[in-house]
Design a protein around this ligand. Structure first.
Ligand SMILES: Cc1cc2nc3c(=O)[nH]c(=O)nc-3n(C[C@H](O)[C@H](O)[C@H](O)COP(=O)(O)OP(=O)(O)OC[C@H]3O[C@@H](n4cnc5c(N)ncnc54)[C@H](O)[C@@H]3O)c2cc1C
Length: 338
């Protein structure tokens, strides 16, 4: 276990932004995590578990707390019956490495989630989703340390409360994930109905096997999303709004072409990217070194030297403009640390 003080957090995030952590701990084992909890309790500091920092915005003043980077990095396969496999990965394993390992064995279940930055722990907290799949589809259980008791507990699928970019772990804030078990299969059916994938198939891209789908998803993503090694970003900054069917009807009267995805419970998800681009003409909108990405306006990108306050100011302005135009209150997908 490595314990340090005053460590700048910018290099630990994909925004490359943010001040120092009062205490920064890298933990490999359950014992390390418990020791980190002990340090936070003794110093009366809040605990901030951190993965690859690809979904956080760290404040310029830094974090007056204990930032705990979980570094457990094992991947284990357990064969089951009927062509299924359980893949157990440490919370600190890079998510895309898990995808590579799975698809190279011909296992399906997570190939549509190829290319998403971050760790297995962060992916579970966020219930990552893309191209018609979510982590929740394959989640079996997570072993996590309950930060109130220090006990290792197993959170099962039934307890995980997965929802759109949300989970039990995100809501409770009282668990540090140590490892996650996923249920994969050699007998999966390719999920290629998502518009971008369907278009790729029509254009002749082979999409029959998990490696082919993962490769196609990575190729599509590289056309649409910024590369965090070139410009700071945490991907989609806001969630797509989920609003009532009645509100959709009102908006549709003004924006007949607005894409809507019914959720089946009197609610519907609307495309925020469409609203920002077509209703508000905000694609590429910039304020100083921070802007809405030209190819996907849900994504905020920050040039070198940008500050968290500048990102926050742009996000607030976007939220205000969306509210003024539509009455929709935006929810952030990216979490602020500090
Ligand atoms: C270019 C780009 C593209 C992206 N594309 C997508 C996409 O297609 N779909 C999508 O869903 N997301 C996407 N994201 C967002 C992000 O990559 C995911 O949310 C990712 O899963 C976050 O993982 P992380 O390890 O970086 O988590 P972090 O950002 O470090 O943390 C995120 C949250 O998880 C918590 N956390 C992290 N590890 C643990 C742990 N071990 N135990 C308990 N809590 C923990 C943190 O406290 C925080 O609340 C994208 C981001 C970028 C930069």
């Amino acid at each position: 276990m490595i314990v340090r003080s005053g460590i700048p957090l910018a290099p630990h995030t994909t925004f490359h932004i943010g001040g120092p952590a009062r205490v920064f701990i890298e933990a490999d084992t359950e014992e390390d995590i418990r020791a980190a909890l002990g340090i936070a309790k003794r110093r009366a500091l809040p605990l901030y578990p951190l993965g690859a920092g690809s979904n956080v915005l760290v404040k310029d003043e830094g974090v007056e707390g204990v930032v705990l980077k979980v570094a457990s990095r094992d991947i284990v396969f357990e064969p089951g019956n009927d062509g299924s496999y359980r893949l157990i990965a440490g919370a600190g394993v890079r998510w895309d490495a898990v995808v590579d390992t799975a698809v190279s064995r011909g296992l399906s279940g997570i190939e549509n989630l190829a290319g998403i930055p971050g760790t297995v722990g962060g992916a579970t907290v966020q219930n990552i989703g893309a191209y018609g799949a979510e982590l929740a589809d394959v989640f079996e259980y997570a072993d996590s340390i309950d930060t109130t008791t220090g006990a290792l507990v197993r959170i099962t699928r039934a307890e995980s409360a997965f929802a759109y970019r949300s989970s039990f772990f995100k809501e409770s804030r009282a668990h540090v994930i140590v490892r996650v078990a996923l249920r994969l299969t050699t007998l999966g059916t390719p999920r290629v109905g998502y518009p971008d994938l369907a278009r790729a198939r029509e254009a002749g891209t082979p999409l029959s096997t998990p490696p082919e789908i993962a490769a196609a998803v990575r190729a599509i993503r590289s056309q649409k999303l910024p590369d965090p090694s070139e410009e700071g970003t945490a991907g989609s900054f806001f969630k797509n709004p989920v609003i009532s069917d009645a509100s959709v009807a009102t908006l549709r009267a003004r924006y007949p072409e607005m894409p809507v995805f019914p959720q089946g419970d009197g609610m519907a998800k609307v495309s925020l990217a469409w609203l920002l681009d077509r209703a508000l003409s905000l694609k590429g909108y910039a304020s100083g070194p921070v802007r809405l990405y030209e190819r996907q306006p849900l994504v905020i990108v920050a040039r070198e030297g940008a500050t968290a306050s500048q990102v926050d100011a742009l996000a607030q302005e976007v939220a205000r403009r969306v509210y003024d135009a539509t009455g929709i209150v935006l929810e952030r997908e990216v979490e602020t640390f500090g």
